[in-house]
Ligand binder design. Structure first.
Ligand SMILES: [Zn+2]
Length: 574
């Protein structure tokens, strides 16, 4: 009798202890879901528990009962699918905001059908606005003017006095008239910013034609009046809200050129007003040779001035080469339509290596725009040299973005050197970058943006939107990106449209989601905080009505999240 009572007492005590250990009421429980965690050790779950904005448990409906207390908010997902929130690791809220305020850009759109149509349209604008002091509109089509490009003479007779700046279809060059060159004080002696990359195109007599490639004009535009932070903040907020509604909880701003500080002030204002719906990793944007020496200090300075809880400064972004459409990308072999030209790079291997070693002292990451195979090789070489000198793995996450042409010999080096490969899936329908086919020639163009090949070579492959203007901002939707990366077809052309590039460069929906979540977190060195649904990480989820991994891939771009959680709170967005 005595023995039995002691035993039963022990049992009851054990049970009580057990219950006390397990019963841990939390703030929020999501249950009855199909939860894809992107955590390899526990890939699928039914329920998740959240406390103080963080995930405390991921498991079954039964197990989650132990986390439900009187005050716990319990959301029954009714079978819906949950993914970790997306990370957009290369986008441009600042550029989107700046373009949204330009009424002329919205009102006038140059035709891209022929040169004749372009001139006729410009004549129409001149007739309608006889006393126009200034005109900046887009976009003329590069392929129509070929390698030689346009000439200022062609617009001088339409606009003899108006300062005219015409943006091109690549987004990487301007066409100016003589009045514009004069207004900026640009004459035949004005030096170029960087040979082969950012420069004033000259005719065979050495005369500047008015075609200005890449960033050569930016130092002059900097003197023009710019809108203040309070003017751009609403447009930034609008763009970030749209991203957040599509399930994005973290962005990396890949640069706003000479307007960056205005943008940081605007984002800081939004954070202080509680209007910032995402984590915002800002970057210091390098596009001029002269910026190199102060790059690291500038990041530290911005961090001090504008850094907050959501707005952070850990990255240097470099516009390392140009683009194929205007023959400014750094390529290993000459451009097919311009023998003797291999494009240009902002810095050389040695300069880049030194920047990496300097960045390593402060754990600052480096994100490069590398379109051509020569810039990619140079960056990989720089990383290899930096690691050799450092003696071990460098505490710098290096990301190469765009990767339109990658030489096969360099594919395995991403994994070997721990360099991240970032692609922009909404470009994979072949509807953008008119002119890069003739610049690259058949073979290189056919292997354009080799996502699958780079993935199979073992790289940490990541995805982002890289949108630069308000009219294309809707394409920053990760669901559009996931569908396009998996199909290499633009949804607007339908499922029967030819696949862009190599069919083998399509990747699975599973890999696309990985590239938008955990892989992006690794790229940004934030994998302990975000990127997957696992205990200890921020409670950032996106809830969608159907199972993204089993549904028709051609319907993925139409997905509208039913709820988005950021730090454990359901987003209520305008
Ligand atoms: Zn970009």
């Amino acid at each position: 009798m005595k023995r039995i009572s002691i035993l039963s007492l022990m049992l009851v005590t054990l049970l009580l202890i057990g219950c006390n250990v397990k019963k841990q009421p939390v703030d929020l429980v999501l249950k009855n879901g199909t939860i894809y965690t992107e955590n390899e050790k526990n890939p699928k779950a039914e329920a998740v528990a959240v406390k103080d904005g963080k995930i405390v448990f991921v498991g079954t409906n039964k197990e989650i009962e132990n986390y439900i207390g009187e005050k716990t908010k319990v959301n029954d997902l009714q079978g819906k699918t949950v993914l970790p929130s997306f990370i957009d690791s290369h986008t441009h809220p600042g550029l989107v905001a700046m373009t949204s305020g330009n009424a002329e850009l919205a009102k006038y759109q140059l035709p891209t059908t022929s040169k004749k149509d372009t001139y006729a349209y410009l004549r129409k604008i001149a007739k309608e606005n006889p006393n126009l002091p200034y005109l900046m509109i887009g976009t003329w089509s590069n392929p129509l003017w070929g390698v030689k490009g346009p000439d200022r003479k062609e617009i001088d007779n339409i606009f003899p006095k108006t300062v005219v700046i015409l943006l091109d279809s690549s987004g990487h060059s301007y066409w100016l008239n003589t009045a514009a060159l004069n207004a900026f004080g640009i004459n035949e002696k004005t030096p170029d910013l960087k040979e082969g990359l950012s420069f004033f195109v000259k005719d065979k007599n050495g005369r500047k034609t008015g075609w200005v490639k890449e960033f050569a004009l930016l130092p002059y535009l900097a003197n023009m009046p710019q809108p203040g932070p309070e003017h751009v903040a609403p447009a930034i907020e609008q763009f970030l809200n749209a991203l957040a509604k599509n399930g994005v909880s973290t962005v990396m701003d890949a640069g706003s050129f000479n307007a960056e500080e205005t943008m940081f002030k605007a984002v800081q204002m939004l954070e202080k007003q509680g209007k910032l719906p995402v984590r915002y990793e800002a970057t210091h944007h390098l596009y001029m040779p002269s910026q190199l020496k102060d790059a690291v200090n500038k990041v530290l300075e911005y961090r001090k001035l504008y850094g907050g809880k959501l707005l952070t400064f850990n990255t240097i972004k470099i516009h390392f080469d140009g683009v194929n459409e205007i023959n400014t990308a750094a390529v290993l072999e000459d451009f097919a339509n311009e023998p003797g030209n291999k494009g240009g790079m902002l810095y050389n291997e040695e300069e880049l290596k030194n920047l990496m070693l300097e960045s390593a002292k402060h754990n600052i990451n480096i994100h490069l725009h590398t379109v051509g195979d020569r810039s990619t090789r140079t960056a990989l070489n720089a990383m290899e040299q930096a690691q050799k000198e450092y003696g071990k793995k460098l505490p710098v996450e290096l990301t190469l973005s765009h990767l339109e042409v990658v030489n096969s010999a360099d594919m395995p080096r991403f994994k070997k050197l721990g360099v991240h490969a970032n692609f922009t899936p909404h470009w994979l329908g072949g509807t953008v970058f008119k002119g890069s086919d003739v610049a690259l020639g058949e073979h290189r163009f056919a292997h354009n943006q080799p996502v699958g090949e780079v993935w199979r070579a073992g790289a940490n492959v990541t995805f982002s939107s890289d949108v630069v203007s308000m009219p294309e901002a809707y394409r920053a939707n990760p669901f559009l990106g996931i569908q396009m990366g998996a199909t290499r077809q633009d949804p607007k052309l339908g499922r029967n449209t030819p696949v862009f590039g190599q069919k083998s460069d399509r990747v699975s929906v599973k890999d696309m989601v990985k590239g938008y979540t955990i892989n992006n977190a690794v790229q940004m060195a934030m994998q302990n905080e975000i990127g997957s649904i696992e205990a200890g990480k921020s409670a950032d989820f996106v809830v969608i009505p159907s199972d993204i991994f089993t549904m028709d891939v051609y319907d993925i771009s139409k997905i509208k999240p039913t709820a988005v959680y950021f730090k454990g709170k359901k987003q209520e967005l305008k």
